[in-house]
Design a binder for this molecule. Structure first.
Ligand SMILES: Cc1cc2nc3c(=O)[nH]c(=O)nc-3n(C[C@H](O)[C@H](O)[C@H](O)COP(=O)(O)OP(=O)(O)OC[C@H]3O[C@@H](n4cnc5c(N)ncnc54)[C@H](O)[C@@H]3O)c2cc1C
Length: 385
């Protein structure tokens, strides 16, 4: 559906990714999900295909894809298993922050390794006391000579199996507004004072670790401060969240596509009262609604991606796409289960996984309530009288 406007390159990329997913991943997804097993095969494959460098500029060894090509890929990956798309999302938000705000030295030091998937990253923003109110974060970084000492903790950090993080800390807790006291650091694992203190148990989004990180007198050199200037962390991360929100919206589209295709297939095979169930008006209406929301979500995601590709800020479009697509995914994951009847509730079919995976997309990269406030602010700015 809707692939008629793709370029030759995009078609070739999607064909190759589909081939990899069908052969190496799809046959194992139910087991990976059930056993909460890390998809090591996907890690190797994504590295080989260069996906860890998808949006990293070519001069640093990345593929230099535009946002549109990237989200088309994410939709395809999430249609196989939503968790797989999470492996590269926060990694690329971190890479985006380095590429946009890093010093030349920082770009040379981190981006080529990130593009190769040698340095795999995550985004460490949220804390136990809150994720929405980023400005109120408490993790503290104190300057001592030519290094910083970090104390505090982070919560819900995905890709904690990786070896690097874009970490937000308070460098000045006294300043108002609070967000001006936040700085961004690129930190690496393997040094005293930094531990992954526990892995968190989740309803869905299995296979990919989401963890708590603890910092106790963790020393980092001053060169870890992104851009070399304190007080810039909030701005650095907010720019990256546009990409993150488009990514999450694209994941919702991919998952919804699978829920729709499964429902379509099942409703043509399953018969009750002497006919395939899609011919019962109420089941047909669910399918019509699902397909319409799928197409609308897809178009919103591609429109937000296109705007980002012009170099303009796209908070409004990215938030709208994520709000609409994640709501649609959550609503229709349940409808897909209804269409499958008892089988939808069984672990022999994939729809119960969609039902467990979908709500994450209404929470991550900005809870939907917060996105509605972002949209309202964006509208007020756009329609300023
Ligand atoms: C599986 C998973 C993976 C994650 N991965 C990461 C990660 O890699 N890195 C990272 O930093 N974070 C990550 N998060 C955290 C995620 O970004 C936060 O959960 C999210 O930002 C919401 O924060 P919170 O859970 O603290 O909710 P809170 O901020 O406590 O909000 C609770 C509720 O109140 C609502 N609310 C809060 N303030 C307002 C307001 N002003 N107006 C209206 N409603 C409001 C929210 O919408 C929400 O419904 C992850 C979360 C999950 C579940």
């Amino acid at each position: 559906m809707g692939e008629q406007n793709l370029t030759e390159d995009q078609r070739a990329i999607l064909t190759s990714i589909r081939g990899f997913l069908d052969k190496e991943c799809r046959p194992h997804v139910r087991r990976w999900d059930r056993e909460d097993e890390y998809p090591a095969v996907a890690l190797r494959g994504f590295r080989e295909m260069g996906l860890y460098g998808a949006t990293i500029p070519e001069e640093y060894g990345g593929l230099g894809w535009d946002t549109t090509t990237y989200v088309l890929t994410i939709m395809e990956i999430a249609a196989c298993w939503m968790s797989l798309s999470g492996m590269i999302n926060t990694h690329l938000i971190m890479a985006n922050a380095v590429a946009r705000f890093g010093t030349d030295e920082q770009k040379q030091r981190w981006l080529p390794k990130m593009a190769a998937g040698e340095l795999r990253g995550g985004l460490a923003l949220s804390e136990a006391s809150g994720g929405s109110d980023v400005a109120a974060l408490k993790c503290r970084a104190e300057r001592r000579g030519d290094h910083y000492v970090i104390n505090g903790s982070k919560m819900w950090i995905t890709n904690s199996d990786g070896n690097a993080f874009f970490l937000l800390c308070k460098t000045d807790p006294s300043i108002t507004p609070q967000h001006k006291g936040i700085s961004g650091f690129i930190i690496e694992k393997g040094h005293p004072g930094f531990t992954v203190s526990r892995n968190l148990s989740k309803l869905g989004y299995k296979g990919i670790p989401t963890s708590e990180l603890a910092f106790e007198d963790f020393e980092v050199p001053r060169a870890s401060l992104l851009g070399g200037e304190e007080g810039q962390g909030f701005y650095q991360v907010m720019g990256g969240l546009e990409l993150g929100r488009i990514n999450v919206a694209a994941r919702a589209v991919g998952m919804l596509r699978s829920a729709f295709e499964d429902s379509m297939r099942y409703s043509q095979e399953r018969e009750t009262f002497g006919k395939p169930i899609w011919q019962h008006q109420l089941v047909g209406a669910k399918l019509a609604d699902m397909a319409t929301d799928l197409e609308a979500s897809r178009l919103l995601v591609l429109s937000a991606a296109k705007k980002r590709d012009t170099g303009e800020r796209c908070d409004l479009e990215a938030s709208m796409a994520k709000l609409f697509a994640s709501r649609a995914a959550a609503k229709h994951a349940l409808e897909a289960m209804h269409i499958h009847g008892a089988y939808g509730y069984s672990t022999e079919f994939d729809v119960e996984r969609y039902y467990r995976d979908a709500p994450l997309m209404t929470i991550g990269e900005g809870a939907n309530d917060i996105l509605m406030t972002v949209i309202a602010k964006g509208l007020a700015k756009k329609f300023a009288s």
